[in-house]
Design a protein around this ligand. Structure first.
Ligand code: ADP
Ligand code: MN
Ligand code: MN
Ligand code: MN
Length: 394
């Protein structure tokens, strides 16, 4: 019996690409091979030269069809079999290969919002639901719209064999999260894109759509991010703390390059309010959910583990984000510069500014930097304060 292979790819829509897919019937015993599509309908080609090539990069079970059916994540190539300009995976794979000896791992927390009738799911037609507070990890009554879709999506990811790690309801009503990881690049991108496709596809059956908009509701409502957790072999090994701080410092030298790779509309989400770090400021600190990069408390305790870049938007491209992080952190670690040289400077500078201006925002950065500086000296860090609840993005 032939089986169905759903070929999935990323299109050329700007500023944020869409996922596309189409079905191919494949003969029994055959692997899904090279295929093609009309790029003039996906912003990937002109009508007079419309053919684009689909090359399978990740194949898994299709949890929505029969037991032999498959989902086929593809990269897009030109007809000369070189990467299409919209193909962000090729560069990600090249960077991953270059720095393979670092054994980089990623875990990504994908937040998203269900929308129905142009409003977040469960929101009244006019006005607003009760303010944020009870929805994060909430349960009961009509507070948790979308749960049945989340359940169906989670089960589907597990059946497909995708590395889904967990789910939770988010701070804004109608907003949810799932996590994928830990995986090396470019696999983290492959599996996150397939998990997104499954979410969009399953939501169809409920008459709802899921959006990755970073700030679906303006005003006093949380945005949607994709916190990106990252480690290298050195960070995970005993004494990995030094490599983690060096990683934070390296990322801090390329703030604008990272921000411009972290998803369209990031300024609308990283306002500095709702306990996000402002998009044009950089800070890192232990357990600090208002910092650009948070070092989880367990990592601070064990002096090894991983870092969490909290800035990427929900609508980011994981091929781009993982490439940029690996490039920044691993190229800095590869260079011969002693990794202690710059650290004190940032902390000192931030402290000085804070003293000069006495603005609470800068003071906060200074505090964060101070924590980091303390950490740099590898002294015992103070016990991590429990994360405050409320409007913080998890
Ligand atoms: P929180 O909401 O508190 O930020 P989550 O449980 O949602 O935490 O996400 C934690 C993420 O950290 C997961 O995606 C997981 O894969 C990731 N993670 C755990 N260990 C590592 C590691 N060694 N390297 C990179 N990421 C990691
Ligand atoms: Mn979250
Ligand atoms: Mn997080
Ligand atoms: Mn989370």
């Amino acid at each position: 019996m032939p089986y169905q292979a759903e070929y999935i790819w990323i299109d050329g829509t700007t500023p944020s690409p869409l996922v596309r897919s189409k079905t191919r019937i494949v003969a029994d015993g055959k692997q899904p091979g090279i295929w093609g599509f009309d790029g003039s309908s996906t912003n990937q080609a002109t009508g007079d030269n419309s053919d684009c090539v689909l090359r399978p990069v990740y194949v898994c079970k299709d949890p929505l069809r029969g037991p032999t059916d498959k989902l086929v994540m593809c990269e897009v190539l030109l007809t000369d079999m070189t990467p299409h300009p919209t193909n962000t995976r090729a560069a990600c794979a090249a960077t991953a290969k270059k720095y393979a000896s670092f054994e980089p791992w990623f875990g990504i927390e994908q937040e998203y919002t269900f929308i129905q009738n142009n409003r977040p799911l469960g929101w009244p037609e006019n006005g607003y639901p009760a303010p944020q507070g009870p929805y994060y990890c909430g349960v009961g009554g009509d507070k948790m719209p979308g749960r049945e879709i989340v359940e169906a999506h989670t089960a589907a990811c597990i059946r497909a064999g995708i590395a889904i790690e967990g789910t939770n309801a988010e701070v804004m009503m109608g907003q949810w999260e799932f996590q994928i990881g830990v995986l090396a690049p470019p696999a983290i991108g492959d599996q996150l894109w397939v998990a997104r496709w499954l979410l969009f596809r399953i939501a169809e059956d409920f008459g709802v759509y899921a959006t990755l908009e970073p700030k679906p509701m303006l005003g006093d409502w949380n945005g949607a991010g994709a916190h990106t957790n990252f480690s290298t072999k050195q960070m995970r090994a005993p004494g990995g703390w030094t490599a983690i701080i060096a990683g934070c410092e390296a990322i801090g030298t390329r703030v604008h390059e990272h921000i411009s790779s972290y998803g369209h509309g990031i300024e609308s989400r990283l306002t500095g309010a709702h306990e996000t770090a402002r998009w044009d400021k950089f800070s890192y600190g232990t357990s600090d959910r208002g910092a650009s990069i948070r070092i989880p408390w367990g990592t601070a305790r064990d002096k090894r583990g991983w870092l969490e870049d909290r800035r990427p938007n929900a609508n980011m491209d994981p091929y781009v984000v993982s490439r940029v992080i690996v490039e920044t952190v691993c190229s800095a670690a590869s260079s011969t510069r002693r990794p202690g040289a710059k650290k004190a400077t940032r902390a000192a500078k931030a402290t000085k500014t804070a003293r000069a201006t006495k603005s609470p925002r800068t003071a906060k950065v200074a505090k964060t930097a101070k924590v980091a500086a303390r950490a740099t000296k590898a002294r015992t860090t103070k016990k991590a304060a429990p994360a405050k609840r409320g409007s913080r993005a998890r």
